[in-house]
Design a protein around this ligand. Structure first.
Ligand code: THU
Length: 147
């Protein structure tokens, strides 16, 4: 995607990261999900004393969008690092988030794993989750789930 558009989405992911609730791992993550209608949904990770209820930033953004009726997306930016530190490694969506995103986007979603607005890896969900299993396998259209 064009570099200025990528930079804007990464900036939104950093904005989302400010709200990360990560008192256990101290690893703060932000995501920004670009819908096909141009809207951007941000998310942060939300941890839990019970550990397993923890929600990743990517799924927070995805669930915000879907719960508001938006189900078509073109790109997601992800940023993550230990609180107060810059990240050495790019943060990619975890396996669960890859599967959750695949449900709505299939392989074409552009994924930006960013260290800064101009230092990022651009890939696709299809590259991160090859041969993903999705609604097409079950002959379901995810944009019309209630038909
Ligand atoms: N985390 C995310 O939010 N997204 C990712 O892509 C990787 C991991 C969160 C989950 C947990 O709160 C913390 O980062 C450490 O795993």
């Amino acid at each position: 995607m064009p570099r200025d558009q990528a930079a804007a989405l990464i900036r939104a992911a950093f904005a989302g990261r400010r709200f990360a609730y990560a008192p256990y791992s101290h690893f703060a993550v932000g995501a920004a999900l670009l819908a096909k209608d141009g809207r951007v949904f941000t998310g942060c990770n939300i941890e839990n004393a019970g550990y397993t209820p923890t929600n990743c930033a990517e799924r927070t953004a995805l669930f915000k969008a879907v719960s508001e009726g938006v189900t078509e997306f073109s790109a997601i930016a992800v940023v993550g690092s230990l609180q107060g530190k810059r990240n050495e490694l790019p943060t990619g969506p975890c396996g669960v988030c890859r599967q959750a995103l695949f449900e709505f986007t299939g392989p074409d979603l552009v994924v930006l794993m960013a260290k800064s607005e101009d230092d990022y890896i651009e890939t696709t969900l299809g590259a991160l989750l090859p041969y993903g299993f999705g609604p097409k396998n079950l002959e379901i259209d995810p944009s019309r789930p209630n038909d």
